[in-house]
Ligand binder design. Structure first.
Ligand code: GLN
Length: 484
């Protein structure tokens, strides 16, 4: 087994025994990427020499000597941070994001820029302005998005683990589609400083890994308060790895009836129901819960997220950052042309939508109503968590589709975010992990199915413990795509 196919935990042991050096891990990851990434497209860049130099600086920590892939919207000092957008194609990060600084403080090495949907807008990675990402399980299919690169490199053993961001599902959904583990932390658990903002009230950074234990290790390393992000809470960081220990007997899990309604693929429903039985056999109790405002979540999310995006992306005007149109004759034209030439279609669509819902006359009808509904969505979860320890359900109602299949139908794409976006609107945490495989009617290859475990704010420990118990009692996480 190559070092690139190891877990963080496995490498920790080898490094501690001094059987390997960090440089060998970096080289193994680079070699795996050289062999496989031409077909997958998960990386936008990989600076091996820089990683070697970083490896020499390490003094210790839980991630000592372990390279971690970084989604292309996190600032790593001196490295490109293009957000897979033409408008930032020549942008070099001037500082480390707090999550990166914390990663380094734990001995981790940020290695590689992971492909993504432009500015994290998308669910399929088809919106990357550089190249699409291919699902390692079936190269004709999408890996999910927007952290599709992060998920694909982990699933294809081209990375040990990666960081992604989740505004409406962008860690959990690609993790589900690629058969790896993804965690969206509670809003305020991980600092957003240095994360290129998409929708500031929804964005969170989190890990994509091969096992739940690795997610616990990585989450522990990047969590904690930050004076540079006032929305990041100073809550103490528990020992998430220690919290994995012990059984889950007597824990109560809710299955929201709204997550099993119309539109869910029967194979996905069956796998998730099977997972619920597995939890029962582990001693947990399964009860039905209701999240009555689930149906409104997609509309609410696409109003709030686009409104915030329209404000956040106003800074890309050809003056301070990135691409500047060469042929503008005055300042107004420079703004307009730089943005028209620099942004891709989906980003433009979102800016237009966001600007519209915030404009006077429409603000009350759309934005304000969406904010009110957001409160109701949060209250749905608060009431549910009064009676259950966690909520389980599917991650996505559909399996990964073929590249290009839905590209001209944004509404169909948005509707498939139904089970992930309410966690962001409510600010709670959510884990995605493999719970089965299916062969779609239009394909020959097996595709992974994801299980979602949602927890109350700052209940990551409980969610990870549930996930770990499930994972260790099943074999789903041991499967690997067959790659050259
Ligand atoms: N698919 C959702 C969107 O396109 C979520 C994206 C995300 O979480 N960054 O907005």
């Amino acid at each position: 087994m190559s070092l690139a196919s190891q877990t963080i935990k496995g490498l920790q042991t080898l490094l501690e025994k001094k059987e390997i050096q960090p440089k060998e891990i970096i080289d193994s990851v680079a070699e795996a990427a050289a062999v496989r990434d031409g077909a997958i497209g998960g990386y936008l860049g990989l600076d091996q020499e820089l990683a070697h130099r970083d490896a020499e600086e390490i003094s210790g920590g839980v991630l000592a000597g372990i390279p971690i892939g970084i989604k292309d919207l996190l600032n790593v000092k001196g490295q490109p941070c293009g957000c897979a957008s033409k408008i930032l194609s020549n942008y070099i990060a001037p500082y480390d994001a707090t999550s990166i600084a914390k990663l380094r403080a734990s001995g981790g090495i940020p290695f590689g820029r992971a492909n993504m949907d432009e500015f994290a807008m998308g669910s399929s990675n088809e919106n990357s302005s550089i190249k699409p990402v291919h699902n390692p399980w079936d190269l004709e299919r999408i890996p999910g998005g927007s952290s599709g690169g992060s998920a694909a490199i982990v699933a294809a053993d081209e990375a040990i683990a990666a960081l992604g961001s989740d505004t409406g599902g962008s860690i959990r959904q690609p993790a589900a589609f690629c058969g790896c583990v993804g965690l969206k932390p509670t809003y305020g658990r991980v600092s957003r400083f240095g994360l290129t903002a998409f929708a500031s009230s929804l964005d969170q950074i989190g890990p994509l890994t091969k096992t739940v234990e690795d997610a616990a290790i990585l989450l522990g390393a990047i969590s904690g308060g930050d004076k540079n992000d006032s929305t990041c809470l100073d809550e103490s960081v528990p020992d998430y790895v220690a919290d994995l220990q012990g059984d889950i007997k007597g824990m109560k899990l809710g299955m929201p009836k709204e997550f099993f309604g119309e539109g869910i693929d029967p194979a996905i429903r069956a796998s998730v129901e099977e997972a619920a039985k597995q939890f029962e056999s582990l001693g947990a109790e399964i009860v039905e819960v209701s999240l009555p405002h689930t149906e409104q979540a997609v509309a609410v999310y696409y109003i709030i997220a686009t409104a915030e995006a329209s404000a956040n992306l106003a800074r890309f005007d050809g003056v301070r950052y990135g691409y500047r149109a060469p042929d503008a004759e005055n300042l107004g034209e420079q703004y307009a042309k730089s943005r028209a030439q620099g942004f891709g279609n989906e980003v433009k669509l979102r800016i237009l939508l966001g600007t519209y819902v915030l404009s006077s006359g429409y603000y009350d009808a759309y934005y304000l109503r969406a904010q009110k509904l957001r409160t109701l969505i949060r209250q749905d979860f608060t009431s549910a968590f009064e009676t259950v320890d966690a909520i389980i359900g599917p991650v996505s109602p559909i399996a990964p589709f073929k590249i290009g299949e839905n590209a001209s139908d944004p509404l169909a794409m948005y509707l498939a975010d139904i089970y992930t976006i309410s966690a962001n609107l409510a600010g709670i945490c959510g884990l995605s992990l493999p719970c089965g495989y299916m062969t779609p009617s239009d394909g020959q290859r097996e595709l992974p199915i994801g299980l979602q475990i949602l927890g109350a704010p700052f209940d990551e420990g409980k969610v990870l413990k549930l996930g770990h118990n499930f994972e260790q009692s099943t074999e789903w996480h041991q499967r690997r795509p067959s790659l050259g």
